[in-house]
Design a protein around this ligand. Structure first.
Ligand code: ZN
Length: 160
């Protein structure tokens, strides 16, 4: 069930009930559509467009291009997906994508974020990124270190 292209080119559709999975796949840089899947035709058309379907719904597990996740905690779910697909995560892609909108982030000049991020962040951080969809501003701060702790615990991934 593994496609031929390199893992960083994977694109996903994540079914409802796996919202945290969708968020984390986006954080790790993968193009991830998140929506409640309705029927087999919809799944077939997503698969034909080159996306892998991730779901908990047993009734779709037999279909081509579908990965069924059985684990319950987000850490175990990611571990399960990584092992089924042989996924490798590319540190270059970390935080390249908005966790809410799935759009790729753009660099944002420091002057433009003044007043939109906490004052201490503005004074201590040099590089900011913005989502072209929802305008959420991203930067590498303590929350990113916490994310790295999670990834290290779940997947043995270490960015540094
Ligand atoms: Zn966004």
């Amino acid at each position: 069930m593994k496609p031929d292209y390199p893992p960083r080119k994977y694109r996903f559709v994540v079914d409802s009930m796996l919202g945290r999975m969708a968020k984390w796949l986006r954080i790790l840089g993968w193009d991830t559509v998140y929506l409640p899947l309705k029927n087999q035709d919809e799944i077939r058309s997503f698969v034909a467009s080159g996306r892998i379907i991730i779901t908990r719904a047993l009734r779709w597990c037999h279909m081509d291009g579908v990965v069924c996740i059985k684990a319950n905690s987000i850490g175990d779910q990611l571990k399960e997906l990584f092992s089924i697909l042989g996924l490798k995560y590319d540190p270059e892609d970390f935080l390249a994508r908005c966790a809410r909108c799935n759009l790729e982030l753009k660099e944002c000049p420091r002057e433009q974020v003044h007043g939109k991020v906490p004052e201490y962040v503005w004074h201590t951080i040099d590089e900011f990124f913005i989502c072209p969809g929802c305008s959420k501003i991203y930067w590498s701060g303590s929350h990113v270190f916490r994310m790295n702790d999670h990834l290290r615990n779940w997947l043995g991934i270490n960015r540094t």
